[in-house]
Ligand binder design. Structure first.
Ligand code: SF4
Length: 481
């Protein structure tokens, strides 16, 4: 690991805003948070991937991956971050470094040419350049190349020091926050400011979730100055330092950015969630209170209560028809991070029973939250597929909520499964999103296919019925006849 990367990694591991890190001894802190990567496990989960996930939703800029094209292929658009306009972010550009470039020392030249080419073709407001393992190992100075390219072209070029081997996905989120803080936020003054300007951090507009939140803020007259980074525009991010309050959607992702923005520009931050009715209301209340404390008109508090009452009543009325289907149904929630508690609270609100919730990627704060909201918290770490299968097959739960990787375990155990991770096809944020989640849960649970596939096969009931055998023996038998 190069010296710059090593010192940056050590600095980020020592995040003062992270309660988990601060609880460790100095010696432990030096080791960092990341467990050593298991060979093969880095694909799709390395620091580069985490940085890309956090920054790729900036929709009007060019994202250029400096490294072999396989790195870009692993991370391209894997969160379905939606856009309301430009789609430059989906280009998937890479310098496609080859062995020859490495041997000949052509990496930096190739990067410079690629930046110039991208600017000439797409005229973006900025280019984000991601470092991957190979250029980090051969010592390409992407910061110097970006500086030089920005001087020559007049377009900001943002180096993201995200060599995959420096840590896992969560650490990559922090590297992304670092790049935003160092090179983007505070570089442009917004055209105007209001006393109700806010930023949301760690929201990536998965399947359009920010569009379920933004109308609520607009009804209250709260301006979303910058969403960091779902459906974001470069100029909005560059002026994000003028917000009055930062809301952090995921404690593990961009806490370094929230803390540094508070230190440099005095923007207070809080952690909240827009999953579930109660949490959405709590987030709106906290936003309103903090804005009033920072000079927004006092009537914002009362208007917020009026909006919450109306929206909650509307959401509960829409949920009512599903209540009978969902009441008492048992759920295994296999996700992590902030979702481990925010989805728990949403499911409990509608009368479901949480059999277990995973805390694989959760912080100590997330775990405390779970203990607060669950009478009997069943927190689990990584559960091997075999164990998960046994729990489902033994009828310990009615439905599995997880990401795509675990879906086959649920399907093999013939249990309903619902995707709540980044690959999902439905947006579940805010009041409307909670209603959508409830509707999807009810659809999955009441789908008649589950009854069908759990029924014994005809040959398991009657010895007279022989299963159709399409194997080689049967084929040869037919041939002989
Ligand atoms: S950055 Fe490194 S760990 Fe990540 S995908 Fe590329 S080679 Fe693999």
């Amino acid at each position: 690991m190069g010296e710059v990367l090593r010192s940056k990694t050590a600095e980020l591991f020592n995040e003062p805003g992270c309660a988990k890190n601060q609880a460790k001894s100095e010696k432990e802190r030096k080791k960092g948070c990341s467990k050593p990567l298991v060979p093969g496990a880095a694909a799709g989960g390395c620091a580069f991937d985490g940085a890309k996930i956090a920054l790729e939703p900036i929709v009007d800029v060019v994202h250029l991956t400096h490294g072999p094209s396989a790195c870009e292929g692993n991370s391209w658009d894997n969160r379905h971050a939606a856009t309301s306009g430009p789609s430059t972010y989906r280009l998937g550009l890479t310098t496609d470094l080859s062995e020859l470039d490495i041997v000949m020392g052509n990496g930096e030249k190739r990067l410079y040419r690629a930046i110039k080419d991208a600017i000439a073709r797409y005229d973006p407001p900025a280019v984000f350049v991601y470092q991957t393992c190979v250029p980090a190992m051969i010592g390409d100075d992407i910061e110097a190349v970006c500086r030089h390219a920005a001087e020559k072209t007049g377009t900001p070029c943002i180096p993201v020091l995200s060599a995959g081997f420096s840590g896992k996905k969560n650490f990559g989120n922090k590297l992304a926050g670092e790049a935003l803080f160092k090179h983007v936020i505070g570089t442009i003054e917004p055209e105007y400011t209001t006393p109700t300007d806010v930023n949301i951090l760690g929201e990536y507009n998965i399947v359009g979730e920010i569009w379920q939140i933004k109308p609520l803020l607009e009804k209250l007259g709260i301006r979303l100055l910058a969403n960091i980074t779902g459906d974001a525009r470069y100029r909005d991010l560059a002026g994000a330092h003028r917000a009055r309050v930062n809301m952090m959607m995921c404690s593990a992702a961009l806490i370094n950015l929230a803390r540094q923005m508070e230190e440099r520009w005095g923007i207070p931050y809080f952690e909240g969630s827009f999953y579930g009715i109660a949490d959405t209301s709590a987030a709106l209340r906290t936003l309103a209170r903090m804005l009033v404390e920072r000079g927004a008109p006092e009537d914002l508090l009362q208007r917020t209560e009026v909006l919450i009452a109306a929206e909650e009543a509307r959401a509960w009325a829409r949920i009512e028809p599903y209540r009978e289907i969902l009441k008492g149904k048992r759920v295994i929630l296999y996700t992590g991070g902030v979702k481990s508690w925010s989805i728990v609270s949403a499911l409990q609100e509608i009368g479901m029973k949480i059999v277990a919730t995973s805390v694989r990627k959760s912080t100590e704060g997330d775990k405390e939250r779970i203990k607060e909201i669950m009478d009997d918290p069943h927190m689990v770490g990584s559960v091997p597929a075999r164990e998960m299968y046994a729990r489902l097959a033994n009828d310990e739960a009615d439905i599995l909520l997880s990401g795509g990787k675990t879906q086959y375990v649920g399907l093999k155990a013939r249990r309903p499964w619902l995707d709540i991770n980044q690959e999902r096809n439905y947006a579940y944020a805010g009041y409307d999103g909670t209603v959508a989640l409830v509707a999807e849960l009810a659809k999955s649970l009441s789908n008649p296919v589950w009854e069908e596939i759990r029924r014994p096969a005809p040959w398991e009931i009657s010895a007279d019925i022989v299963p159709l055998d399409c194997g080689p023996q049967s084929r040869s038998g037919l041939g002989e006849a």
